[in-house]
Each structure stands twice: as structure tokens, then as C-alpha cells.
Ligand binder design. Structure first.
Ligand SMILES: CC[C@@H](C(=O)O)C(=O)SCCNC(=O)CCNC(=O)[C@H](O)C(C)(C)COP(=O)(O)OP(=O)(O)OC[C@H]1O[C@@H](n2cnc3c(N)ncnc32)[C@H](O)[C@@H]1OP(=O)(O)O
Ligand SMILES: [Co+2]
Length: 133
């Protein structure tokens, strides 16, 4: 069974959305992190044993801003924690899923990540993530 590590929410402006989610969740934003390779800025909230990740695009060509242009702000992806990302990538490729990166890439929180195309997963973008520790 895979644990939901975080739920990613695409937002236009973290400065607006961080206080909104702090009020909603009654939980402080414990960390922000810019991930240049993904052209995003992120903000994290603990919620039970999972997390909410707010994601703001840094450039107009970032996938987050393209997503918001087409669909508006909202739920962008679900991230599952995996013990061995290479093994999961091999397993899911063999099962017919389309991986959006052929090698794990750098994510937030010192993790390696890989995305599955939403066309194969009922329209939901799935992230696999593995802690590097
Ligand atoms: C901070 C790092 C990391 C972490 O550690 O947690 C992150 O979470 S980073 C999050 C941002 N990064 C990514 O999302 C990378 C993976 N995503 C992609 O590669 C692309 O977004 C995509 C899924 C391949 C779509 O890109 P593209 O095909 O170029 O965009 P289009 O705008 O043309 O969309 C095509 C099609 O797909 C639909 N779409 C796009 N995004 C999503 C989504 N998040 N969920 C569901 N569907 C999505 C889009 O609406 C289009 O559909 P149609 O209009 O019906 O064709
Ligand atoms: Co994510």
C-alpha cells in the first residue's frame, strides 16, 4: 500500500494562499521551498500524517501557470511515497503507465520524484516520491 505523502494544490499567489490555509487547517505553514528545476515555489502544511503542498509557478511557462490558465486554481496532484522509486518506475512502466520523466528528478523536501501522465490515471496527475535519506 502506498501512503499519500502530500496533496499538491496549484495557487496563483502563496502570499494570499498561505494565510488562507493556515486559517482553514489551524496549522502553520512549516516550510517554503523554491524548486528551480520545476519553476515553482512551494509551501507545506502538516495535516494528520500527510501534507498539503501549495505550489505557485515562477514563470509563465511553468506547468503550474499553464494549468491555472486552463483550469483555474485547484487540486493539481496526489503524491505517493514509495520505498524504491526506481523499482516503482519499472513496475508501473511494465504495467502500461506513461512516466513523465525517465529518471527520478529533484523534488521539494530532499526527495526524488517522478510523475505519471494524468491521461493514464483517470485524469489525476500522480507523483511518486522517495526520501533521499
Ligand atoms: C515541487 C516539486 C514537486 C514536489 O516535490 O512535490 C512538485 O510537486 S512539482 C509540481 C509541478 N510539476 C509537475 O506537475 C510536473 C509534471 N507535470 C507535467 O509534466 C505536465 O503538467 C503535464 C501533466 C504533462 C501536462 O503538461 P502539458 O501536456 O504540456 O500541458 P497541457 O497544458 O497541454 O495539458 C495537457 C492535458 O493535460 C491536462 N493536465 C495538465 N495538468 C494536469 C493535472 N495536474 N492534472 C490533470 N490534468 C492535467 C490538461 O488540462 C490538458 O488536458 P486537455 O485540455 O483535456 O487536453
Ligand atoms: Co508535489
Amino acid at each position: 500500500m502506498m501512503k499519500v505523502e502530500h496533496i499538491g494544490i496549484a495557487v496563483k499567489d502563496l502570499a494570499v494562499s498561505i494565510p488562507l490555509f493556515e486559517t482553514l487547517l489551524q496549522s502553520p505553514c512549516y516550510k517554503t521551498e523554491q524548486v528551480d528545476s520545476e519553476k515553482v515555489n512551494t509551501a507545506f502544511f502538516r495535516q494528520g500524517d500527510t501534507k498539503i503542498e501549495l505550489v505557485q509557478g515562477l514563470t509563465s511557462d511553468s506547468v503550474i501557470n499553464r494549468y491555472i490558465e486552463k483550469r483555474g486554481e485547484g487540486m493539481h496532484h496526489i503524491a505517493f511515497e514509495v520505498a524504491d522509486i526506481h523499482a516503482e518506475m519499472r513496475r508501473l512502466t511494465a504495467a502500461g503507465f506513461t512516466l513523465l520523466n525517465s529518471e527520478p528528478k529533484e523534488g521539494a523536501d530532499d526527495k526524488l520524484v517522478c510523475f505519471l501522465h494524468p491521461k493514464d490515471t483517470n485524469g489525476v496527475l500522480i507523483e511518486l516520491c522517495m526520501s533521499r535519506e
